[in-house]
Design a protein around this ligand. Structure first.
Ligand code: DON
Length: 570
């Protein structure tokens, strides 16, 4: 490894220690949770955003469940212990690779309600109405999570015991869990929104402190209905009625029929090759798989390692690739059930080479359009799971913004997503992540909004190699991309690859965003001279990765040091 690489290892060890100690110290010397950021084991691994969810996933694996079983239990657990993004009122995507090498992708993305229409967030002058697509009842799409989990269970469960998978989340909701310092801070910060967009009592009211117990009785009852009735426990009966009653209180659109008609879908994953590896990722309605495939193909002809890690040359190359990829995203990507996405063309190496034909090694090109802001937000969640049988799940799930629409279903105890903002509410008008779009991603009844979520799995020599994903809105694609090249091109371990500082660019705004320590002053100056604009921002992504090496005998789990994420294995 280079001297720079060694320096990183040093920094990472120190950061890991600080993060670990930080999480362990609470209520005097009592550890709140036993959080581990890096684990090397030989069989199974669970890496999630919250130690309670990691614990539950591991318990399911130890009880004989497979990666799909564990991922269902983790999804439900996160809805309780990580409500900022974990959910039953949202949606997500699963990439599943079984131990025979078969790969599947499950789309449990939310859908626009049947009453939705293209201009629904615009006023009479066709201008966007402030916060209408991001807060409150009208921001919510029809949730997909419970249908998705039930579908995955029916096809791939090994335990074949749905109740066993839901029960740990019920226990967590009934008995409560201790909120971390970060969580207490978030619950306090969102109190105004919770008041503004809710009329019914809920569990989040009040002033929160680290270590305080959060008990969610209404959520426990909803989860019991899901436990006892499967999919119907959410989409029909009492839960559905509570959800529709909530809609009626706040001018929302979701109806009982919308809930009954929701269907998650198995889709063909996007597959691409990169330096001899096979990369498996999410197809539309996520842009993630196509964009990741394009980025990898665009940089593949260049020797990134020789250019140097986060050197002016490599950052320039990557940013120029990102400019082209995000421009394509805005134009061509949307729900494939509504818009014919040219997947084969966009992912062909011939096409990506032609897109890079005008790449100038010395000069930045220009994204000519109005600038848009990028909101910093960590509020999606990813988890990576490997079971002892060699099956792996890469799963990203979200409410979109922090606590979604911030509306909680009265009596149901769960947050509703604000995923409708992922549509292009007006051509060229940026969404909360600064992403623009047009026809392909306009609002239409029953359509899925375009996503950036990029749950991914990489194979090496036909065997499982990397399981990876992250939250981060538009930065998801670039964070997954950087983690993969960190491992493949820069020879990093999973821990080094996950903890390494990141940068991001997305065509519009025409800017390189970077974490505090991502680019040296020299690199920043060289990039400015090439014509790039740079802007330092807060943390980018929270990557959860698993790296499998030595013929499957060594399994490294890496949980991002940027938050409370926890990796455990056996
Ligand atoms: O599907 C998407 O791309 C977004 N709804 C993801 C939102 C997200 O990652 C928020 N966290 N930063």
């Amino acid at each position: 490894m280079s001297t720079k690489g060694q320096l990183y290892v040093g920094i990472i060890i120190i950061c890991t220690l600080i993060a670990t100690i930080g999480c362990k110290k609470s209520n005097g010397d009592q550890p709140l949770y036993d959080i581990t950021k890096t684990v090397v084991d030989d069989s199974a691994m669970v890496v999630t955003a919250h130690p309670e969810a990691t614990r539950i996933g591991l318990e399911i694996l130890k009880a004989g469940g497979n990666a799909v079983d564990a991922s269902i239990a983790v999804q439900m657990a996160l809805a309780v212990c990580y409500p900022v993004a974990g959910n039953i009122g949202g949606g997500g995507f699963m990439i599943y690779r079984d131990n025979m090498g078969n790969a599947y992708s499950l789309d449990y993305r939310e859908k626009a309600p049947s009453a939705a229409f293209p201009d629904m967030y615009l006023d009479s002058l066709k201008n966007p109405i402030d916060k209408l697509s991001t807060k409150g009842h009208l921001a919510a799409g029809v949730p997909g999570t419970v249908d998705g989990m039930y579908r995955a269970f029916q096809r791939f469960s090994k335990l074949k015991d749905w109740k066993r998978l839901i029960q740990p989340a019920i226990d967590l909701a009934e008995n409560g869990y201790k909120v971390t310092e970060r969580q207490a801070g978030a619950y306090n910060r969102y109190q105004d929104d919770f008041k503004k967009y809710n009329t019914q009592d809920h569990a989040f009211t009040g002033e929160w402190e680290k270590g305080q117990l959060l008990i969610q009785k209404n959520l426990a009852e909803t989860l019991k209905r899901i436990r006892d009735n499967g999919r119907d426990g959410f989409y029909t009966g009492k839960t559905a009625e509570l959800l529709v009653a909530e809609m009626n209180r706040g001018n929302g659109m979701i109806t009982l029929e919308d809930l009954q008609n929701y269907e998650s879908k198995w889709r063909d994953p996007i597959k691409t090759t990169y330096r001899g590896h096979t990369v498996i990722s999410m197809p539309p309605p996520s842009s993630g798989g196509i964009a990741l495939s394009q980025l990898l193909s665009m940089v593949e002809p260049y020797n990134l390692r020789q250019m140097g890690f986060q050197s002016p040359e490599s950052v320039h190359l990557i940013v120029e690739a990102e400019r082209r990829v995000y421009a394509d995203r805005a134009e061509y990507l949307g729900d494939p059930d509504f818009f014919s996405v040219p997947i084969d063309t966009l992912t062909s190496k011939y096409y990506t080479a032609s897109r890079m034909a005008d790449f100038n090694k010395e000069k930045a090109s220009v994204s000519d359009s109005t600038e848009a802001g990028v909101i910093e937000s960590e509020e999606t969640t990813h988890y990576s799971i490997l079971d002892p049988y060699g099956n792996a799940v890469s799963m990203t799930t979200t409410l979109n913004g922090g606590f979604g629409s911030t509306t909680i279903v009265g009596g149901g105890g769960f947050f509703l997503n604000n995923e409708m903002d992922d549509f292009s509410i007006k051509p060229g008008v940026p969404n909360m992540f600064g992403l623009v779009g047009a026809e392909a991603n306009k609002v239409e009844a029953g359509k899925r909004m375009l996503s950036s979520m990029t749950p991914s799995i990489v194979e090496k020599d036909g065997s499982l190699y990397i399981v990876v994903g992250t939250p981060g809105g538009s930065t998801i694609i670039t964070s997954v991309f950087q983690t993969i090249i960190n491992i493949i091109d820069y020879d990093m371990s999973a821990t080094e690859a996950v903890q390494a500082p990141r940068f991001h660019s997305q065509w519009l705004p025409d800017m390189i965003f970077h974490e505090d320590d991502a680019l040296s002053e020299e690199t920043r100056m060289a990039l400015s001279e090439m014509g790039h604009e740079l802007s330092q921002r807060g943390k980018i992504g929270k990557v959860e990765a698993i790296l499998v090496s030595e013929g499957g005998k060594v399994v490294e789990g890496a949980a991002d040091i940027r938050a409370d994420d926890d990796a455990k294995g056996f």
